[in-house]
Design a protein around this ligand. Structure first.
Ligand SMILES: Cc1cc2nc3c(=O)[nH]c(=O)nc-3n(C[C@H](O)[C@H](O)[C@H](O)COP(=O)(O)OP(=O)(O)OC[C@H]3O[C@@H](n4cnc5c(N)ncnc54)[C@H](O)[C@@H]3O)c2cc1C
Length: 495
């Protein structure tokens, strides 16, 4: 597939649509959109950055770029990393949607909020806190405040109550999408002109689910309705430590299966291994040896249960049942019962964990400046296998085997997230990380595990080479919405 290199005439056309303040090819500005971290290590500097505010502007930009065969990559917050930028040369137009900032509606009875793409999670959280304090929007738990709800939807991420209510994709009800063929489509019940966004599956087969996970490769989402959930006053976090990932997996699964009573109260169930602690500090400032962490009382593995309840008695009950079940597991079914113990959190640790957005993942960048999430979904009862495999492979590449694991929908799935800390000043480290990524991907796909956000160079090609029929239909669908294949080329192995 070949694309046109955007030139001065194209910049003039963009200026004609959005005005001269909002379209530029100034190198200092275009280069500032390049990021090589977090979700991917390769990206290109866009040729033109355009910052529309209105749907009609987006429609005109897409129709123009489609006619001219210029690549377009939409970005809401741009914090999913390098791959928010175009991934091919010529890089084309980067559509920065950060000016579309309206929170259009919050309906407490039908329990949804309607937002535009540029609404950041920090802004939505603050708005709800001020105006609707009894309700919590599904912001991603650990993402930076400047990332957006829209970007997370299209990435199919996970929210602050994902362990209770399911994957982030399930929280999105209806959407408005502009396609490069010039059409504006509203999905779900929104397909009817006067309907509220109360029903996701709409008028027969559901188009929105096709867009979910598309990562900007099909069209531009300009409005979305997201579910909101109660934000009850009684909350805490409890932690159990253990020596190995199998005890972590199996104890958590036993508790996850206590649905309708216990597990629905555990909004965020997430844990990992002790390198998570050391990789939150500059590398040369902390010991790397487990002995140091053992003396501080940190277990090799642990799991946190963040619990929300409407009443104190309900909170106490959930804590009591979790602790009782953990002791029963320790005494009767654990691989290494002696190592299973509750970990006491300081009230400040609990308060910081309960604060949202919690920014929990941001400090990993301190360790060696570069960090990459290589995130996988597995069935919950295979996450210990994933952990064992990852530890072995990471150690082979001399990378700290930092692993974060969270339950989705009461242990129906696990999100397994290696946090790969590397030295971003060394080219050899980039190569090492990609070699490791490839090895994990080859192994993971054979187990039937899936990437959270498939990158275009390793995950997507390897995945779709094993799912040829699915990819064939994905391509056909893309052709309908995006006949000249201009949207975020390279993503999902599409062209
Ligand atoms: C430190 C850190 C911690 C994180 N923690 C979490 C977490 O706890 N949970 C979680 O789920 N995620 C997490 N993430 C991942 C990511 O930040 C979130 O998914 C985030 O919400 C992405 O939003 P964004 O606006 O930055 O997305 P962007 O980078 O703007 O976009 C994401 C993708 O969607 C496409 N896209 C964006 N907007 C549109 C649109 N309007 N129409 C069509 N396509 C579009 C882009 O082309 C891109 O491929 C974390 C990221 C970081 C850096």
């Amino acid at each position: 597939m070949s694309y046109k290199l955007a030139n001065e005439k194209d910049l003039e056309a963009m200026i004609g649509i959005v005005g001269k303040e909002y379209a530029t090819n100034n190198k200092a500005i275009t280069a500032s959109y390049l990021a090589k971290s977090v979700m991917g290590l390769e990206s290109q500097i866009p040729d033109i950055v355009v910052r529309p505010k209105y749907i009609e502007e987006i429609r005109k930009i897409l129709v123009y770029c489609s006619q001219e065969k210029i690549a377009v990559s939409p970005v809401s917050g741009g914090l999913s990393g390098g791959f928010a930028c175009p991934t091919i040369k010529p890089a084309g137009v980067l559509l920065d949607l950060s000016r579309m900032k309206r929170i259009l509606e919050v309906d407490e009875e039908n329990r949804y909020a309607v937002v535009e793409p540029g609404v950041t999670i920090g802004e939505l959280w603050a708005y709800m806190h001020k105006n609707h304090p009894d309700w919590a929007p599904p912001i991603p738990d650990g993402a930076p405040p400047a990332s957006t709800v829209m970007g997370d939807a299209i990435d199919r991420g996970f929210s602050l109550y994902t362990s209770s209510v399911g994957p982030q994709g399930d929280n999105f009800m209806c959407a408005e999408i502009v396609f490069p063929n010039g059409d504006i489509v509203r999905t779900g019940s929104w397909a009817l002109p006067f309907a509220k966004p109360f029903y996701k599956y709409g008028l027969g087969p559901d188009i929105w689910s096709t867009i979910m996970g598309s990562q900007g490769a099909l069209g531009v989402v300009t409005k979305v309705a997201v579910k909101i959930y109660p934000h009850p006053p009684y909350k805490t976090v409890i932690v159990w430590g253990m020596s190995n990932p199998y005890d972590m997996q199996n104890l958590t699964l036993e508790l996850g299966k206590l649905e309708f009573g216990i597990a629905h109260h555990t909004v965020m169930v997430q844990g990992g291994n002790y390198p998570l602690v050391m990789t939150r500090w500059p590398k040369d400032k902390v010991p790397h040896d487990y002995k140091f962490y053992e003396e501080l009382g940190i277990s090799k593995w642990w799991m946190n249960w963040e619990i929300w309840a409407q009443e104190q008695s309900e909170l106490d009950h959930v804590i009591e049942v979790i602790n009782k079940k953990a002791i029963d597991f320790k005494e009767n079914r654990a691989k290494d019962g002696a190592a299973i113990k509750p970990q006491q959190l300081h009230p400040k640790q609990i308060a910081s964990r309960l604060k949202k957005p919690n920014k929990i993942a941001v400090p990993y960048a301190f360790y060696e400046a570069g960090f990459l999430f290589i995130t996988w979904y597995t069935p919950w009862n295979e996450c210990a296998h994933f952990a064992e495999m990852y530890t072995e492979i990471a150690e082979k590449y001399e990378i700290p085997p930092t692993l974060w694991i969270a339950s989705i929908e009461r242990c129906r799935q696990a999100i397994c997230m290696p946090i790969v800390c590397f030295d971003s000043t060394k080219q050899s480290d980039f190569e090492k990380v990609q070699d490791m990524n490839r090895e994990i991907t080859e192994y993971g796909l054979k187990q039937g595990w899936l990437n959270y956000r498939p990158d275009p160079y390793i995950h997507a090609p390897l995945t779709f080479s094993q799912a040829a029929m699915y990819w064939k239909y994905l391509r056909k669908i893309k052709k309908i919405f995006d006949p000249n294949m201009i949207m975020h080329p390279g993503r999902l192995a599409l062209p």
